[in-house]
Write a protein that binds this ligand. Structure first.
Ligand SMILES: Nc1ncnc2c1ncn2[C@@H]1O[C@H](COP(=O)(O)OP(=O)(O)OP(=O)(O)O)[C@@H](O)[C@H]1O
Ligand SMILES: [Mg+2]
Length: 311
């Protein structure tokens, strides 16, 4: 967090969510998840496929009904919001989706895709002004006037993701959930989109929840990082604490999978495997604050061991 006086924008407390409750394919996707996101920060959420990252994002936007727990946005409980409050909330909080192709309506031109967002925000019906606003949005994300009349399939993956970002920006949000916004892109394009997101954050004072598989990418963007495994947060701390001083064996295994740019270090790198079976032993585990702002999930004995191993 750049600003120590920053206010909490999002507060998530003891969130639980089960898909297909009571059925054979019951799936506990979120297990007692708690964390806060401060105004103006980027909170990175990492974990392997199926760990519950998207489920957290969608729960924040009230796209899912949770079993229990609380989600507050600027002090207001999201889950009990009525239609009118919810509409106002959905202008302030937007999501950039995992798959840019599937999230854009293929039958609309870019001008109309962005125009839809502008209409939702109650933007002027004056055609000229609206057109100008569409062009402003395109410039903001590094596209231009010629792109306005085209359809989504006429764009590259990176350009599509830029359109997704422009659409999220159309309603002038304060908070953006970026759900693996770069995983579907070429490595060369990934950096461009990351830089764009960072610039937009600076220019518009945005708060981000940035979701990714890859800890290396999250580290560059995030002020703080949460590590998710099987629907549980296992570690939470500043980017430096989690990346350079990890405590939980799962975080360590994720880090050991990140290639080193230095060939000597890369040669010495050993991938650490993680055996998650102990998580199912029925013992109670809590998030323990090991140093200021740095939390790890474990029993008392495990946390002591993690601290010893870190030294
Ligand atoms: N709509 C749904 N109905 C039933 N189960 C679901 C649904 N959405 C997700 N799940 C299950 O919940 C778990 C968490 O899924 P989620 O999509 O949140 O994972 P993720 O961390 O975003 O994974 P990925 O990195 O692959 O996007 C998975 O086991 C998934 O199969
Ligand atoms: Mg996902």
């Amino acid at each position: 967090m750049q600003n120590p006086d920053a206010r909490k924008q999002i507060e998530i407390k003891n969130l639980n969510l089960t898909f297909n409750k009571g059925k054979k394919n019951e799936n506990k996707a979120l297990d007692n998840v708690s964390f806060d996101i401060y105004e103006g920060e980027t909170f990175g959420l990492v974990g392997e496929s199926g760990s519950g990252k998207t489920t957290i994002g969608r729960s924040i936007l009230k796209l899912y009904v949770t079993d229990s727990g609380e989600i507050d946005f600027e002090g207001q409980d999201v889950q009990t919001m009525k239609k009118k409050e919810l509409a106002a909330f959905r202008h302030k909080a937007q999501m950039i989706f995992q798959d840019p192709q599937a999230s854009l309506n293929g039958r609309l031109t870019v001008e109309n895709i962005l125009g839809e967002g502008l209409d939702q925000a109650g933007y002027s019906k004056d055609k000229k002004k609206r057109r100008q606003k569409v062009l402003d949005l395109l410039h903001m994300v590094g596209l231009n006037e010629d792109h306005a009349s085209r359809y989504p399939h006429e764009f590259s993956g990176g350009q599509k993701q830029r359109i997704g970002i422009a659409r999220a920006l159309a309603v002038k949000p304060k908070f953006i959930i970026a759900d693996e916004p770069i995983s579907a892109l070429d490595v060369s394009v990934q950096a461009q989109v990351v830089n764009l997101l960072a610039k937009l954050q600076k220019d518009h004072g945005l708060t981000y929840l940035f979701i990714a598989h890859d800890l290396a990418m999250v580290k560059y963007l995030s002020d703080r990082i949460g590590v998710l495994h099987w629907g549980k947060l296992v570690e939470l701390g500043t980017a430096d604490q989690v990346y350079n001083h990890p405590l939980h064996p799962y975080t360590k295994s994720l880090l050991s999978a990140v290639p080193e740019p230095d060939p000597v270090k890369e040669k010495a790198r050993r991938v650490q495997s993680y055996d998650p079976s102990f998580e199912k032993d029925g013992q109670e585990r809590h998030m323990v604050e090991v140093e200021k702002g740095h939390f790890v999930l474990g029993t008392e004995a495990e946390v002591d061991r993690y601290k010893d191993e870190q030294r």
